[in-house]
Every structure is written in C-alpha cells, then in structure tokens.
Design a protein. Structure first.
Length: 205
C-alpha cells in the first residue's frame, strides 16, 4: 500500500515531465497488478512464477521508454526478458537443490520443478539468448547505427559470460543470488569489461 501511495505521489509530481503519461500509467498499473497476482497466486505456480518475474523487467523497460520518449527496440525487450528468465531459472535451480537436501520448500512452486526440467529449460533459454544476441549484432539496423559489420564479434564475450554463469550454477552451485555472482565473480566482471571494450574498439578504432 505504501508503495502504491508513493508511486501515485511521484506520478503527480512528475506528470508534466513524462513524455507519454497515459502509456506510462497503464504500464505501471499493469506492473502493479501483475505483482499483486504474483504475490497472491502466481508465485505458487511453477513456470508461471519465472515468467512473471521476467515480464516484470520488461515492463520496467517499457515504462522507462514511454516516460522518456526513448524507443525501446524489440531486441532490448527480447534480451531483457530472456536474461531475466535465465537468471530466474538459475535461482529456481538453487531453490530445488536446497529442497532436495533439506526437504524444506523455499517456495510453494518448487514442487513443480525437478533438476532435469530446470537444467533443460536453462539450456534452452541460454541458447535462445545467444542466438537472439547474434541476430541483433547482424541486423542491418545495428550495422547502420554503429557503422560496422563486425559487432557480431562481441558475441564471444556473451557466450563466455553465459558459460561462466552456468559453470557457477552447475559445478560450483553458486546461483542462489545473481547479484552476488556478478559482484564476486572476477571472471564475469572481466568478461563484461571485455565486452564493453570490444564495442568501443569496433566502433571507434
């Protein structure tokens, strides 16, 4: 309730500065209703729970887009959804591991998962994410925007980053907190830095 009140106050204060007030309000309302549905029921449903989480990140991107007037490309929306879904599934895998070891349910939806299903789902989402990124780098829109046909070379760092995260998850069993993984894993940090530098090198060098 407090969050809704603060959000309403924020919209009233900054409504004059929003590029598309009606669309922004509609998206934020959808986000709030989705979160309410998640808290009341959807978080108890396997698969639906991770899709709602991923959709929430997409709605945040869309709200920022409509509020500022900066168009969110289809690629950005797709990649946001896929990466969020990948991380949510990784978290479910850690939840299932704890459930298997202790017999205690960290969440009600965990009974709708098993190790084989989660691992297969993660593999599918990781594959689709990489393919989507490669298609993005090869699109004429990106080639024209960055003035280079070599943006696809940055895909190698995306692949390495995904594989490293999966190694943390499947080998070292460190997927409980995506934030801690990104903050503490030097290899993923180096991978991100290399990805950023490769973009800079391709565009400006």
């Amino acid at each position: 309730m407090a969050g809704c009140i603060l959000l309403s106050i924020g919209l009233l204060l900054f409504s004059k500065h929003l590029y598309d007030l009606h669309s922004t309000v509609a998206i934020i309302t959808t986000y709030l209703l989705t979160n309410i549905a998640y808290c009341l029921k959807l978080k108890q449903k396997a698969v639906a729970d991770v899709f709602v989480i991923a959709s929430g990140f997409v709605l945040r991107v869309l709200s920022g887009s409509t509020a500022t007037g900066i168009e969110a490309s289809a690629w950005l929306i797709l990649m946001t959804f896929l990466i969020a879904l990948f991380l949510a599934l990784a978290k479910r895998r850690d939840d299932f591991r704890l459930f298997s070891q202790t017999g205690k349910k960290p969440r009600m939806s965990i009974t709708g998962y098993n190790a084989e299903f989660i691992d297969l789902s993660i593999t599918i989402v990781a594959t689709v994410t990489l393919v989507c990124y490669i298609m993005y780098t090869l699109s004429e829109q990106v080639i024209e925007r960055f003035g280079s046909r070599h943006v696809y070379l940055t895909s190698i760092f995306v692949l390495i980053g995904i594989l490293r995260y999966m190694q943390n998850m499947l080998v070292y069993e460190r997927s409980g907190s995506p934030t801690k993984t990104f903050v503490k894993d030097i290899y993923i940090q180096l991978c991100i830095a290399a990805w950023v530098f490769s973009f800079f090198a391709i565009i400006y060098l």
